[in-house]
Design a protein around this ligand. Structure first.
Ligand SMILES: Cc1cc2nc3c(=O)[nH]c(=O)nc-3n(C[C@H](O)[C@H](O)[C@H](O)COP(=O)(O)O)c2cc1C
Length: 280
């Protein structure tokens, strides 16, 4: 087993690094390039039923485009994750079902984007979130992930409990560590007292080991990935670095993470997940 192998939501992956939904993951050519150059999971750009020309960040060719790609790639043994958006529960279910039937291993419900928040409103209350998750869960067999809005009015622990109850295995959380966050990689100790250092950390703690957390935001190098793992992330997603650097960014970050694990005497990334300690 390789040092950076993980099991995410019950899915074995040879790398904890994957692309974030959106960057480099909308067009066939981009997705094929990612799939050829990266050994980990490939996550599609968010899609709805018919496709969108606006808002700009959710431009997509519609679910059938992604379903066709999912069929082709899974036939070649690739692990593919889909990302779902819509303006109502029926649309979310329809997109999720189509991708599920096309063979995606996991479905990321992008309930975080304003487009979805302002229509579906899944994070308006726990009851509403419960309703949405209950419907989708009934209709698909794929592992379910939820992309959590970076700003929340609901309590992370209450959300985490609900995700677990509704059979959601993965929470995709904001890696919003303070800019000056400092930790000794060898000991995993950070100066200062016990505190919630990021959304990733809040959900890791709230999940009590039964919810896998994926960190998204600001993962540009191996050290960023290492820190995200220390604060509880099982896997990390890369957005901006992919746009800047192209598909090679994922392999680079994986190799840098591997190097830091080796330097710190770790045989597996699993040895560091959630091991952050506070000095004070
Ligand atoms: C051009 C662009 C398109 C994006 N499209 C999506 C999308 O379709 N679905 C989604 O969940 N997030 C989308 N995102 C957000 C990214 O998945 C990610 O959360 C964000 O870029 C933060 O990661 P980063 O700091 O590594 O860039 C998009 C981001 C960018 C820059």
């Amino acid at each position: 087993m390789e040092r950076t192998s993980i099991r995410l939501g019950g899915i074995d992956l040879t790398s904890p690094v994957m692309n974030a939904s959106g960057p480099h993951s909308a067009e066939k050519g981009e997705i094929y390039e990612l799939s050829a150059r990266h050994r980990g999971a490939i996550l599609f750009k968010s899609c709805n039923v018919a496709g969108l020309d606006a808002p700009d960040n959710l431009k997509n060719r519609g679910v059938e485009h992604f379903a066709a790609l999912a069929r082709e790639l899974t036939e070649r043994g690739k692990t593919v994750f889909g990302s779902v958006v819509g303006t109502n529960d029926d649309e979310l279910v329809s997109v999720a079902r189509t991708l599920d039937q096309a063979g995606v291993k996991a479905l990321e419900l992008n309930l975080a984007d304003d487009y979805v928040q302002n229509s579906v409103g899944a994070f308006a209350s726990l009851d509403r979130l419960n309703e949405v998750l209950e419907r989708v869960r009934k209709e698909v067999k794929a592992v379910l992930a939820v992309k959590i809005p970076p700003k929340l009015s609901l309590d992370p622990r209450a959300i985490a409990d609900l995700l677990k109850r509704r059979g959601v295995a993965i929470a995709v959380c904001a890696n919003d560590l303070p800019r000056d966050f400092n930790v000794d990689l060898a000991t995993a100790v950070t100066p200062g007292g016990q505190r919630t250092v990021s959304q990733v950390y809040a959900f890791f703690q709230a999940g009590d080991g039964q919810l896998d957390v994926v960190a998204v935001g600001g993962i540009n190098g191996g050290r960023d990935a290492y820190l995200a793992h220390l604060t509880g992330a099982k896997a990390v997603q890369v957005g901006s670095a992919l746009i800047k650097e192209g598909a090679g960014a994922l392999g680079r970050i994986d190799r840098e993470l591997d190097g830091l694990l080796a330097e710190n005497g770790k045989n597996s990334v699993n040895e560091i997940i959630g091991t952050l300690r506070f000095q004070g």
